[in-house]
Design a binder for this molecule. Structure first.
Ligand SMILES: C[S@@+](CC[C@H](N)C(=O)[O-])C[C@H]1O[C@@H](n2cnc3c(N)ncnc32)[C@H](O)[C@@H]1O
Length: 223
């Protein structure tokens, strides 16, 4: 029996528990990833790997990939996907950069939780994959602050999120942390059920206009 794990999708990873299904944000970041050059031995860190779509893509392109996620189900799913594909991906469980403290990478990827939510970041449950505090920045800001210390010289950070949580704030935060950042990709996508179900609250907070039913996703590239 498949386990429904995300209101935006119906794909499942049986017997693995709740894992985020690849969505528009995954696809937009995958497009940006495709443009990055991979030399033999390029090291990649995927923070918040979910089911492992991006980590496996990087590994297929020849990178040495480490994937991190907070949830056991995501770790299991990514390990299983890597094993099925015969790809040597290191998969670690933990909070953002904690499991790889002291290491540095050529490329850091992240499609983090970024949906503004009335409640604080949840400790467990499917919403761990998308809820990110009142302005959607609880995880994003921590990523922006921590990424420079995790990059090798010349390294690159690729980050995707909704413009609702402030692309300019991401650029400014990364600049303060010492990185040169720009928006490289944009795509407008219809609200999924999570955003649609929260529309009134988002309107009251001034994060969306009355009647708005789509949001812009952005990829930020920083080095
Ligand atoms: C939007 S999903 C992205 C999944 C996958 N990378 C993709 O693009 O399809 C965000 C992922 O981040 C994980 N996550 C949330 N908070 C985290 C944290 N503090 N540390 C590590 N992973 C986290 C969630 O469990 C979830 O798998």
């Amino acid at each position: 029996m498949p386990v429904p794990f995300c209101p935006e999708a119906t794909a499942v990873i049986p017997a693995s528990g709740p894992v985020y299904a690849p969505q528009h944000d995954t696809g937009l970041l995958a497009d940006a990833l495709r443009r990055e050059p991979f030399r033999p031995g390029t090291t990649v860190l995927d923070v918040g790997c979910g089911g492992g779509t991006l980590a496996l893509r990087a590994a297929r392109a020849g990178a040495r990939v480490t994937a991190v996620d907070r949830t056991a189900a995501a770790v299991r799913a990514t390990r299983a996907g890597a094993a099925r594909a015969g790809l040597p991906v290191e998969v670690l469980r933990g909070d953002l950069f904690t499991p790889v403290a002291g290491r540095r990478f050529d490329l850091i990827l992240s499609n983090p939780p970024y949906v503004p939510a009335p409640a604080p970041v949840p400790p467990r449950g499917p919403a761990v994959a998308w809820d990110a505090g009142p302005d959607g920045r609880d995880i994003l800001d921590r990523l922006c602050d921590g990424a420079p210390g995790m990059l090798r010289p010349g390294g690159v950070l690729l980050l995707v999120h909704s413009a609702l949580c402030g692309a300019d704030r991401t650029l400014a935060r990364l600049a303060r942390a010492g990185l040169r950042a720009e928006i490289t990709d944009r795509r407008t996508v219809p609200f999924g059920p999570v955003m649609a179900g929260r529309r009134r609250w988002l309107e009251r907070r001034g994060l969306v206009a009355a009647g708005q039913d789509a949001e812009e996703l952005v990829v930020v590239r920083a080095r």
